[in-house]
Write a protein that binds this ligand. Structure first.
Ligand code: CUA
Length: 296
């Protein structure tokens, strides 16, 4: 789709470049032309010719040509039924300021990362839990608004495995620019393995006081498969395997989870996560260390 849109853009750019050159050439020619005398009838004829030819026929032809070129591109962007391989369905829900990603056919839920198979069409059904966001992965083309109470669908296909950056592209509040989506396209079998690993993860709950703190503080908003069931905040079941934290504000290096737990309001002011100043430092460390191990 991105290729089609780029092609359409270049065709428009080239075509209107030609129009610009032609109009400029005529204008320069008119400036340098020596005045000639015409009688009234001749002048009217010349005027009519330019008005009809240059003012009506030429623009109409240009627009029809571009439409002939553009309509099929628009058609291919619609999520119409396909013959043969059926597209994979993925649901993406926008939140202030993070992404919820669901694979409804396998029950897998993750956040702030979108994994998809390369070489296969994917239908992304997008929506929002609060305000209007917009789903945009420039290198995969297409862009679609995420509107509360509504499901919009966009069909995308990554031809090659790779990593792409997605970005919310509808202003949605103070951290709009930090609403980054890590998109990874895998070879078909690698994608299957990625999904299978998350289908029924066996996660051992954190024990002791830190475990209780997690359950009462974090678990009411965050889900960890088999441990806690919160739905207001990002699912953390595979947090250790993510490339970044806080929807793209921090690389997920060793120790980064603790930094995030302590300094999220400095790193991402306004984020919905409450301060953790009142949590015992050792418990916070234990929670961070445990979260880093959550890797299928
Ligand atoms: Cu979400 Cu901008």
């Amino acid at each position: 789709m991105a290729r089609d849109v780029a092609l359409l853009w270049w065709a428009m750019c080239g075509f209107f470049g030609l129009v610009l050159v032609a109009v400029s050439a005529l204008w320069i020619y008119a400036l340098h032309r020596r005045p000639r005398d015409f009688d009234a009838e001749q002048a009217r004829r010349i005027q009519r010719r330019w008005l009809i030819g240059g003012g009506i026929v030429l623009p109409s032809l240009s627009i029809v040509l571009l439409l002939l070129f553009g309509i099929p591109v628009g058609q291919r962007m619609l999520p119409l039924p396909l013959i043969g391989e059926q597209p994979l369905r993925i649901e993406v829900i926008g939140h202030q300021w993070w992404w919820e990603v669901r694979y409804p056919d396998s029950g897998v839920v993750t956040a702030n990362q979108l994994h998809l198979p390369a070489g296969r069409p994917v239908d992304l059904s997008v929506s929002s839990a609060d305000v209007i966001h917009s789903f945009w992965v420039p290198r995969l083309g297409g862009k679609i608004d995420m509107i509360p109470g509504r499901h919009n669908t966009i069909r995308l296909q990554a031809d090659e495995p790779g990593i792409f950056r997605g970005q919310c592209s509808e202003f949605c509040g103070t951290q709009h620019s930090n609403m980054i989506l890590d998109v990874q396209a895998h070879a078909e079998e690698d994608f299957g393995a990625w999904l299978d690993a998350r289908r029924e993860p066996r996660i051992e709950a954190l024990s002791g006081a830190a475990g209780e703190t997690f359950a009462s503080y974090c678990g009411s908003c965050h889900r960890v498969a088999g441990v806690s069931a919160g739905t207001r905040a990002p699912d953390l079941s595979d947090l250790g395997s993510r490339r970044n934290l806080g929807s793209g504000v921090l690389a997920n290096a060793p120790g980064a989870t603790l930094t995030w737990l302590r300094e999220h309001q400095r790193l991402k002011p306004g984020s919905g996560m409450p301060l953790t100043d009142d949590v015992d430092a050792e418990q916070l460390q234990a929670i961070a260390a445990w979260l880093e191990t959550l890797e299928p």
